[in-house]
Design a protein around this ligand. Sequence first.
Ligand code: PGA
Length: 246
Amino acid sequence: MRADAGPAAPAVLRLPGHEFGTVAADLVQGVLSSTSRPVIGVATGGSPSPLYRELAARGGDYRAVTWFALDEYLGLPAGHPQSYAEVLRRELIDPLGLDPRTVHLPDPHAADPHDAAERYEQRIADAGGVDLQILGIGRNGHLAFNEPGAALDSRTRVETLTEDTRRANRRFFPTLAEVPTRCITQGLGTILSARRLLLLAQGPAKAEALHRALAGPVTSDCPASALQLHGDVTILADAKAAALLP
Ligand code: PGA
């Protein structure tokens, strides 16, 4: 490699969707077995579900692991089934038998959410940073709730959801009006600080975003294009999500 070559390009593994769980779980377990106090960053949404199901099916000892969520909605009452605290309890904590104290999320009920965001960023740093961050991609190219326009070096902060993201997440709520408008999200800079990134993308709705993220310019217009800056990114994409990639 030339000395002035940039970071290694993301590695795209084209797989049928039914193989996502096993391949992603192999990657996670590789990190767990090579790290003494592993820190895993977890996403919510449909994309990571096959991974969590596979990890639960395999069983395992996760006592040494610390987990950090990417984001959390603001404005939902405590215990709301669509709060990410509850989603992670259903999809990760209970099925894997985790100690809930090892799974961290931003505090959406803090008196000052900006302060809660800063404290969350600090907590990740205090844990030694994230060894492996699991990611999905929004159809508008967002990563976590870093919507188009988010600075590539942004850190954990309060953000406003775009209408497109609220409509995409409408499927989890009875009405669009009940989808929150604000959140606390890790920043793109926070995500890029993780030592390794694993993004899962399935279905035709992700094809354009994935193409812009990997084949387009690095620009905050497409937050996921920040992946090109990282150097250790693995992407699992099914044929429909990868359809526009070269
Ligand atoms: P999904 O969402 O995993 O539910 O498709 C991903 C995202 O919007 O970041």
